[in-house]
Structure formats: structure tokens, C-alpha cells
Design a protein around this ligand. Structure first.
Ligand code: DAH
Length: 344
């Protein structure tokens, strides 16, 4: 093969050269321009030839060397680009990855809805301690000394003659009335504790929202209207409520509030035990003795109070079948509760 033919062959090889990696590009450089590379060898051979041939061949050789260098630079740049793209782990065509944001606990979502509804009709939010004294949890609320609610089976006592974990948020209404005069319009959301065996239907801790309205001339009709507005705001305009006579030491008269079953629309299902009604809270007119116990003149003022369980209401909204799920912190359960799944 003449020198010219060898140059032509190498020109073609340079033009078609490929490399899948930086190592392959480097190998190609060594094979062409390295100490014993094909192009280098041609330069050595070039020295031997007659001077009249040198002009033409010299030009071709220089062009070949430049072309080889340019091709090598190209291959190296291309393989380097591919390497950094892989190295950063990014597939630029992949959909954007988003961080999991977590979600509110269903109890928090529903409690907030309740607070919002009462907030929109002028109720403030008040709080009290979870470790409460006998006076605020029982005494001022007219529980007789031998009332079963004070019994060891219901109450978690702490190591004190006087303190216990509060068994209801009604304790907060005592604190509010003791610390200010009417008009009072407040709700008290919070955790409460009872010494109950844990099962699908009962737990030793749960949440309540207590409500209290005291002013001149507050009537049972105000109570019913307020609770009707509340249930329709939370569950939708199609639900209705009914009141059944009941007994609480701190209200007179007292009532249980039933709501037409939001799950079956009143036709009867497992949740409402085929009655078409579900019990959602207790309520009544604040007993005059309780007002007096808290420093409010029952001759001047009257009021109503109500108390509801947040777990129960959440169960009706989200159809949670087992109370224990609220406390297990299983993300497969918790993940499901977003504003979008709020059902009423
Ligand atoms: N404290 C009651 C309970 O835990 C609920 C309740 C009933 C609260 C009637 C009230 C009320 O304010 O008027 O079962």
C-alpha cells in the first residue's frame, strides 16, 4: 500500500470513528496519534520519501493529523457529556419528583371544621388543662359526691387527692364562667380520658368539643337552632336533628341530639343500627346551680351547653370502622385524609 493509500484509509477511519466511553476515545487517540500510532508512523515514513513527493503528501498528512485530533476532541466531549448526565442520576425526560408532604390527622381536620363553623357564628375557642381538679371536672358541674362518673372505673386519678385526667371538656366551661361575665359564647376542643377497655368502639382517650352560650334570655329554641345550623353546616343541608330527653348533672333540661343518618340518608344501615338516626352529642340548658357555682347570677342570665365526641363525628364523615385506627399512626390510614376526601 502506497503512503497515499495509507493516508486515504486513515482519513476514512478517522471520519467513521466512534467511542462509547472516554476510555474508548482515549484508545482511539493512542492508536492514531500515540508514539506508535498509525498517523505518527506515517510521519516517520514521510521522512524517507523523495523530496518531490513531499509537498503533496505533507499537506495531506498535516490535514489527516488535524482531522484526527478534531475527531478525538469531539469523541471525548461527547462521552464526557454522557458521563455527567448519568453521574447526576438525572433522566431529563422523567416526570418531576415531588416530596411527600404528609397530611393532617382526620381528627384535626374535623376538629378544625367544627371550630370554623362555630367561629363563623361568633364563638371563641377556649382551653383548659388535661390534668384537672375535682372542682372543675365534677364539683362545680353539680356531680353529686357519689356520682358514678367519679368512680375508679371511669376516671384516671393521678397521685393526688384532688387531681385526675379530665373526663370531659365540660370542665372548661367552668373555667370560662369563673373568669368572666356573660355574654359568653365559646367552644372548647380538647382531649379527654376515661378508664375504658380499648376496643373498636371505645378508647381510653378521645376528643370532645364543648360549647357554651350564656347571656340574658338564652332559650332552648336558641340551642336547637344553633345545633341545627351546626349539623347542616358540617354534614350538608339534607340532615335533620331531633332531641331526646336525657340527664346530665350540669344541665336542666338535658337532651341527647340525634342526627338523621348521613350514611344511609335515614333508610337504615349498620352505622345507625337500622334506626335511621345517629346520636351525635349531649346538650341542655346550663343548670342554674352551675351558673351560681361559677359566679354568674342565674336570676339574670341563662345559657345552653353541648358536648360532642370528635371521633364519632369523624367516623360519620370518613366512615372509619374502628376507633383504634385513630391512634395507630399507620401511614396507610393517615394518608387518605385530605380535604378532597372530606365527605359529608
Ligand atoms: N360532658 C358530657 C359527656 O362527656 C357531654 C355533654 C353533655 C356536654 C351535655 C355538655 C352538655 O355541655 O350540656 O358525655
Amino acid at each position: 500500500m502506497s503512503l497515499l493509500e495509507r493516508v486515504a484509509a486513515l482519513e476514512a477511519e478517522v471520519k467513521n470513528a466512534t467511542a462509547r466511553s472516554a476510555e474508548e476515545a482515549e484508545k482511539f487517540r493512542v492508536a492514531m496519534l500515540g508514539r506508535n500510532g498509525a498517523v505518527t508512523e506515517l510521519f516517520d515514513a514521510f521522512k524517507q520519501i523523495a523530496s518531490e513527493e513531499k509537498r503533496l503528501l505533507g499537506q495531506r498528512l498535516n490535514q489527516l493529523k488535524q482531522a484526527a485530533q478534531a475527531r478525538i476532541d469531539e469523541l471525548k466531549a461527547a462521552t464526557e457529556e454522557a458521563r455527567t448526565e448519568q453521574g447526576s442520576g438525572s433522566d431529563l425526560s422523567a416526570p418531576a419528583a415531588t416530596e411527600p408532604t404528609g397530611s393532617l390527622h382526620p381528627i384535626s381536620i374535623v376538629r378544625q371544621r367544627i371550630v370554623d363553623i362555630f367561629g363563623s357564628i361568633g364563638y371563641t375557642v377556649s382551653q383548659g388543662p388535661e390534668v384537672e381538679d375535682d372542682h372543675h371536672n365534677f364539683g362545680a358541674l353539680n356531680f353529686p359526691p357519689d356520682h358514678p362518673a367519679r368512680d375508679m372505673q371511669d376516671t384516671f386519678f393521678v397521685e393526688s387527692d384532688d387531681l385526675a385526667l379530665r373526663t370531659h371538656t365540660s370542665s372548661v366551661q367552668v373555667r370560662v364562667m369563673e373568669s368572666g361575665q356573660p355574654p359568653i359564647r365559646t367552644i372548647s376542643p380538647g382531649r379527654v380520658y376515661r378508664n375504658e377497655a380499648i376496643s373498636a368502639r371505645a378508647h381510653c382517650m378521645f376528643h370532645q368539643v364543648e360549647g357554651l352560650y350564656v347571656d340574658k334570655g338564652v332559650s332552648f329554641a336558641d340551642l336547637k337552632g344553633t345545633l341545627d345550623h351546626f349539623t347542616k353546616s358540617l354534614f350538608g343541608p339534607d340532615v335533620s336533628i331531633r332531641m331526646r330527653p336525657s340527664y346530665f348533672p350540669f344541665t336542666e333540661p338535658s337532651a341527647e341530639v340525634d342526627m338523621s343518618c348521613s350514611i344511609c340518608g335515614g333508610a337504615g344501615c349498620n352505622i345507625c343500627k337500622h334506626s335511621g338516626w345517629v346520636e351525635i352529642m349531649g346538650c341542655g340548658m346550663v343548670d342554674p346551680t352551675v351558673l351560681a357555682n361559677c359566679g354568674i347570677d342565674p336570676e339574670v342570665y341563662s345559657g345552653f351547653a353541648f358536648g360532642m365526641g370528635v371521633e364519632r363525628i369523624t367516623q360519620l364523615i370518613y366512615r372509619v370502622p374502628d376507633l383504634r385506627m385513630y391512634w395507630e399512626n399507620d401511614v396507610r390510614f393517615l394518608d387518605q385524609f385530605t380535604a378532597a376526601t372530606f365527605r359529608r
